[in-house]
Design a protein around this ligand. Sequence first.
Ligand code: T5A
Length: 208
Amino acid sequence: MVGKFITLEGGEGVGKTTNLRYIQECIEAAGIELVVTREPGGTEFAEKIRELLLTPSDETVCEMSELLLVFAARAQHLEQLIKPALAAGKWVLCDRFIDATHAYQGGGRQMNQQIINTLESMVLGSLQSDLTLLLDLPVEVGMARARARAALDRFEQEKVEFFERVRARYLERAAASQGRIQVIDAAPALPEVQAQIAAALAQMGVGA
Ligand code: T5A
């Protein structure tokens, strides 16, 4: 028996952390054993890489260094946590995964698509999410929410154009995903956002 792999994606301040807890409650209420994790990170070693990636630095971090660190963390996360959990029949709920790399490094940083595809196939093989919920919000609304919440990390200090490219790449991928990526309008009040999430989860047999 192989578990289901659900990922949560979106730009800055879209409410991933807020809605992750709701998704966890829905899945666990259905009696499914669930592992909740995040990227970059998810294991002790990968969390150290996360720290490197998110902490603002006086030294300019080159794009290739950033990309390779993202995939290094992901390789560790997959081998240590995600694959064993799925193989044991557990479901895995992950805050960001490969679509974030396409959106941030591919869209935001405008890195070469072929390089990202090559690393994806080396690290993931044929693995992909069963369902990805993409929380979508106009960039200025998300940035305002993120600014109101806490000090900005290294990515959050990017310009608005960067986040417009991130959002555009996410939406392009959703349109091409044949239903794997479901777009959730994250602009309304939380109950309305969560009603959309519940409808998407229902398609996987979770909930009413
Ligand atoms: N990254 C990651 C890459 O570049 N490449 C990769 O491959 C990967 C995996 C990770 C960073 O790493 C980059 C992308 C990221 O920049 P992160 O912590 O996952 O960082 O990303 P953040 O976007 O910072 O995620 P957070 O979880 O910190 O923020 P959220 O989830 O966007 O937002 P959240 O839930 O904290 O909500 C923000 C505020 O909005 C309010 C909340 O209460 C909160 O105050 N809110 C709402 N307000 C009104 N209406 C609603 N519907 C609301 N929903 C939430």
